[in-house]
Design a binder for this molecule. Structure first.
Ligand SMILES: Cc1cc2nc3c(=O)[nH]c(=O)nc-3n(C[C@H](O)[C@H](O)[C@H](O)COP(=O)(O)OP(=O)(O)OC[C@H]3O[C@@H](n4cnc5c(N)ncnc54)[C@H](O)[C@@H]3O)c2cc1C
Length: 432
């Protein structure tokens, strides 16, 4: 009820208490033994990679210049004030300066690294906790209901959610070193599997895990805290003596408020003259204009797409799904992997319209295939290489390099290192 109250007018639907038998009906996989009841509440979900790309593309549409695969290696000062940064192109290795009236450090868990470029003595602002997600087949959850256990026996949160045609299960919350190529450990995966068995009536084995990944949560430090679950998830804005504006510690849910606060501070720090108050609350993200609930049906009718493909394209691209469907009609209409709705057309669209430059960009950050099913992503690799290579004019050496980089990206994952028969494709083939 507190949740309803906090959601106010934005509440999707009111929550209600469920008796044990109704809880079991809503989520049949739940163990009946020891079950006393539950609370049914409504929440939204999204594909964070699609959201991230869409925000970047919308920023470009609004006049921003966006660079990917480019990193800040140093900050530039004049008379002790920041005047820009030195950045390095990760492909060419070329470094070049960028002038700026205000430098905003929005590097999440890595923000102290940038702050130390500004002031090597700056005290650390953040610690990080790592959390993993694993992906299981859709049969592990009902199609439109998730389940959250707010406090497991060891005080963690456990959830099973229907997500992108699969079941997403998470998560862990462990103090972590801040590093960029974080990978889930076998121990983390086993921890989640053990907890599924404890609360759910579905036998689950390591072979059912299609994919797993780990992420860092930026947490505003409290030196007295011994457990990262108790640290603040709220964002803070900090301005250093030289004018470095750091915004960090927030969540996806609060991203727009984080941006608003950061820009308001930037106006003051840089003595900027904004044309007016922030409009981001009313600026639709790309693909929002022209979207309607019946878009999947219209795509099916107009382009002859399969139902799951039309649903996926509408969800992932909004009204821009028509552009992807047009590419599909022009000869890129095959699925990248059986039993998944991703199309060859999305590879081309990712390169042409969403700044996709590498195979990993396309398979992990434009489509979600590598996150959902590593085996299927591997099997899709040759065709993705072919489409990207032809479109971008890659020579055989570059194709081999891309293949190796994608393999490196996947290979640290404990049991996903070799092609194996645990993907949806393999199961589809078995049941055919
Ligand atoms: C397991 C897990 C579950 C979560 N669940 C939720 C949830 O349900 N709801 C929710 O709202 N939030 C959730 N979060 C939190 C959310 O994902 C993060 O808080 C959020 O991504 C932080 O956003 P950010 O932009 O500050 O940092 P990030 O998303 O980490 O982005 C920082 C960016 O800075 C870049 N960068 C770093 N160094 C440099 C450099 N030198 N030069 C250029 N770029 C650089 C990085 O490459 C990265 O792209 C979850 C996080 C985890 C790990």
């Amino acid at each position: 009820k507190m949740y309803d109250w906090l959601a106010g007018k934005s509440n999707l639907k009111p929550s209600r208490y469920l008796r044990a038998k109704d809880a079991k009906k809503s989520f049949p996989m739940l163990k009946a033994k020891g079950l006393r009841g539950g609370v049914l509440y409504y929440d939204g979900q999204f594909d964070d990679a699609r959201m991230n790309v869409t925000i970047a593309m919308t920023a470009i549409q609004q006049g921003a210049t966006v660079l990917n695969h480019v990193e800040v290696t140093d900050l530039r000062k004049e008379n002790s004030r920041l005047v820009g940064a030195t950045v390095r192109d990760r492909f060419t290795g070329e470094a070049f300066p960028v002038k700026a009236k205000v430098v905003v450090n929005a590097t999440g868990p890595f923000c102290d690294h940038i702050r130390h470029m500004d002031d090597p003595q700056a005290p650390k602002m953040l610690s990080a906790s790592s959390g993993i997600h694993i992906v299981l087949d859709k049969r592990f959850s009902p199609p439109a209901t998730g389940l959250l256990i707010p406090k497991t026996e060891d005080g963690r949160v456990l959830f099973l959610l229907p997500w992108l045609g699969h079941t997403l299960v998470g998560t862990t919350d462990n103090p972590a070193k801040i590093e960029s190529n974080l990978k889930p450990t076998e121990e983390d995966i086993q921890y989640i599997l053990r907890h599924i068995e404890q609360y759910f009536d579905v036998p689950v084995s390591r072979q059912d895990v299609l994919s797993a990944w780990s992420g860092l949560r930026p947490l505003v430090s409290n030196p007295k805290a011994s457990d990262t679950a108790g640290l603040s998830r709220d964002h803070i804005v900090h301005v250093s003596d030289s004018g470095l504006l750091t915004v960090t510690g927030g969540k996806w849910t609060t991203y727009r408020k984080m941006a608003l606060d950061a820009v308001d501070h930037a106006v003051k720090v840089g003595k900027l003259s904004p044309l007016g108050p922030s409009r981001s609350e009313v600026v639709p993200l790309m693909g929002a204009v022209g979207y309607s609930e019946d878009l999947p049906k219209r795509l099916q009718k107009e382009f002859g797409l399969a139902e799951d493909v039309a649903q996926h394209l509408a969800k992932a691209y909004g009204a821009l799904a028509r552009e992807v469907a047009t590419l599909a009609r022009e000869g890129y209409g095959q699925r990248l992997a059986d039993a998944h709705p991703y199309l060859e057309a999305e590879v081309l669209y990712g390169i042409r319209h969403e700044m996709g430059y590498t195979v990993t960009d396309v398979l992990a950050r434009r489509t979600r295939l590598a996150f959902l099913d590593i085996g299927s992503a591997r099997r899709a690799l040759p065709r993705v290489l072919e489409i990207m290579g032809d479109e971008l004019g890659w020579d055989p050496a570059r194709r081999r390099e891309e293949e190796q980089k994608f393999e490196d990206y996947l290979s640290d994952l404990p049991d996903f290192a070799k092609p194996q028969e645990n993907g949806a494709e393999a199961r589809a083939a078995r049941s055919a």
